[in-house]
Design a protein around this ligand. Structure first.
Ligand code: AHM
Ligand code: MG
Length: 335
């Protein structure tokens, strides 16, 4: 007589098992393979990040990227790793990276049916100080391989999935589709991402704000008024605290778990905003909304914007719904 195979008491679900288990509802065809492959790229990058300082991955290459910033060696490694894993996965038709001037078309012989936009190493100014950095990505389905740039410039609301990896005190992989967000933690002993926070929900209570307050002299008036209103809530008791790493992806992750909002408005120094729409703001806005949070560029979700260039910037606020509503109220009144 057959019997069910008992699971060991401490058995944990791996990223691959989780994807296969939810395949029919959540992942179509090669999307499962693509997510698994992104997990592989994440492990390769995590291994390099862990060795930063031991092997020569710190410091700058002397080259300047399309954003006008000096390219750090770890940025290059992360970019090359991500691009090569995506290209070889057989799931991707085209990609766009923060570190590449132009979008990239995968040779037709190995092309798949997805478009992936990514920031290979966000928060790279934190590399040398061993603070959390991460990879952000967004996935679109394409009916046919893109031939021109305009076919890659899709609004964020058309994404089928998005996620990020944080290389921090632990390595975590967060993946979202429209309905749910799951978090996996890399077990360095077995080398697998294990499901650590299933069905993550953003708290509804605002407990922290992440913003670079030393940009205040450049802020539009509404930002000052918004911050004053938030600080006023602390008059009798501290209900909100400030937490800002300067690594968008790590700030977002903390806010997602603890209940916070990240703000980087358009200001007089960043007239179009600092953050990039395609591969920074859109994926995080998508994840925030899937977890019950929200986002805005000031008067609406960034996911509704129709991009006109690959490296387009935008003002951005993301996190707890109540905070985003407050941002929109202030923006409307004074913006
Ligand atoms: P990066 O992709 O070059 O790292 O730039 C984006 C980063 C965000 O991670 C971070 O929150 C922000 O820029 C910090 O900007 P600033 O130094 O102007 O406060
Ligand atoms: Mg970035």
């Amino acid at each position: 007589m057959s019997r069910e195979i008992p699971l060991p008491r401490d058995a944990q679900i791996t990223l691959t098992q989780h994807i296969l288990r939810h395949q029919s509802e959540r992942f179509r065809g090669s999307l499962s393979t693509l997510i698994t492959q992104i997990g592989v790229a994440a492990k390769v990058i995590a291994a390099q990040v862990r060795r930063a300082g031991i092997i020569e991955v710190w410091g700058q290459t002397g080259e300047v990227n399309v954003q006008g910033e000096e390219v750090q060696r770890l940025d290059e490694i992360a970019n090359d790793t991500f691009m090569s894993v995506l290209e070889q996965s057989g799931c991707v038709a085209a990609m766009a990276s923060e570190e590449e001037d132009d979008w990239l078309k995968v040779p037709e012989a190995i092309a798949g049916e997805y478009l992936v936009v990514f920031d290979p190493l966000d928060g790279s100014s934190n590399i040398e100080v061993s603070t959390s950095i991460g990879t952000i990505f967004g996935i679109y389905a394409c009916s046919s391989p893109p031939q021109e740039e305009r076919e890659v410039l899709l609004p964020g609301r058309e994404m089928v999935g998005a996620g990020y990896v944080i290389y921090g005190s632990s390595t975590v992989f967060v993946y979202a589709d429209q309905t749910r967000v799951d978090c996996f933690t890399l077990d360095p002993v077995v080398g697998e991402f294990l499901l650590s926070r299933p069905n993550l929900r953003m708290p509804t209570k605002l407990g922290m704000i992440s913003v670079n307050e030393f940009n205040e002299p450049y802020w539009p008036e509404w930002m000052g008024a918004l911050m004053a209103e938030l600080k006023e809530r602390n008059r009798d008791e501290r209900v909100i605290t400030g937490r800002h790493i300067g690594s968008l992806v790590a700030d977002f992750h903390r806010n997602l778990i603890k209940g916070g909002a990240y703000l980087y408005p358009v200001d007089s120094h960043n007239k179009r905003g600092k953050l990039r729409l395609l591969y920074e703001c859109n994926p995080l806005a998508f994840i925030s909304r899937a977890a019950g949070g929200s986002d805005t560029w000031g008067a609406g979700s960034v996911l509704e914007l129709h991009p006109t260039s690959l490296h387009q910037r935008t003002g951005f606020a993301v996190g707890v719904k109540e905070a985003i509503e407050l941002v929109e109220r202030h923006y409307k009144r004074e913006g």
